[in-house]
Design a protein around this ligand. Sequence first.
Ligand SMILES: Nc1ncnc2c1ncn2[C@@H]1O[C@H](COP(=O)(O)OP(=O)(O)OP(=O)(O)O)[C@@H](O)[C@H]1O
Length: 401
Amino acid sequence: MTTPPIDRPALPLPENGTGEPLLEVRNLTKWFPVNSSGVIRRTIGQVQAVDGVSFTVPKGGALGLVGESGCGKSTTGRVITRLYDPTAGEMFFEGQDMAKLSKKQMLPLRREVQMIFQDPYSSLNPRHTVGTIVGVPLRVHKVVPDNKVLSRVQELLEVVGLNPEHYNRYPNEFSGGQRQRIGIARALALQPKLLVADEPVSALDVSIQAQVVNLLQDVQREFGIAFLFIAHDLSIVRHFCPEVAVMYLGKIVEIADRESLYHRAMHPYTQALLSAVPDVKQAAIGGRRERIRLTGDVPSPVDPPSGCRFRTRCQLAQEICARHEPPLMQIGPRQKVACHFAGEIGHHPAQPVTAPLYPEEPGASASAQTQESADRIREVSSDPGWGPRWLDLGSGSVVER
Ligand SMILES: Nc1ncnc2c1ncn2[C@@H]1O[C@H](COP(=O)(O)OP(=O)(O)OP(=O)(O)O)[C@@H](O)[C@H]1O
């Protein structure tokens, strides 16, 4: 039997992959039980780490997942790779709902979805050689015959820019950046279609970060692999991901293509995160973005605020924000936002854009026209991915592609 070559796609892929979803996540939820101490341990609460997130990752494309520490990014990644079982929701991978599969049924799909971890020190077993670390998935999944494992390992080391002759060395003989390359080689061994990269460069020296991001980009282009790229700030994902989702306390608050998110963010949380990103263009003309400081800490996901979870730190918050959770509304061809007062920075509306949904609120009307407007908002607030219609925030009407 000859060794099958490492697959490479025949054609270069467009801006964000093929556009066709590889992964479609609907209302994904992961709660962790909080148990009392003592002999009889009772469940006394739930950590609502991920609470109903929906998004798609296109074939060969990349979605960035961004937010402060503790907002549920890693948990989302770990549920998608089935390191954790979801509490609720659906995860369609090439049309098959991974959430419903048993551990055994998941086995063939495990090859297709691989993860790169944040810490290249703890994620590699120090007692195993690089050859073993990268070779184990090849043997377990019988990707190549046993006598071809070594040559495939060497091929993979070369792909990630390491010396193929170093297969018999141990992780502690490598630098942080090189260890992360070993982790990438291991993830590539099974020729996955989707890589979940969980803060793959944040543990590395700044000088090494760009090299590893470039390697990931090369890998993506060469093998047509789709990425869910998790990061805590918007600057890392900017060049890697044509689309970015911003998470806050277990929810997606804004998701958009790169252009819309970096130039016309509509959610006050995204605007605050962006204000911390150095803007080269502004700096070149002597200007700078005004820094929006978020006061206070992210509230506990065991007892999140009612309504909009960001309201306790939001300068725009009004009573409606405590009473109703804003839906994630599509407001452009490739932009969705979940905010009652969504608008560009400095131009947030005085009245909630979601008012028609709540005719019972003081001062609201319950006319047929209001009902129609509410239906329009609901229509553009349901599915993951991009629909052909969206709500125009200026006029309140629905626009069609
Ligand atoms: N296994 C677990 N058991 C209980 N709670 C957990 C578990 N894993 C994560 N959490 C909690 O879930 C919430 C989300 O954590 P998660 O690690 O997903 O956030 P994150 O955005 O990835 O943060 P970071 O960037 O710090 O990793 C946090 O409050 C965290 O304490």
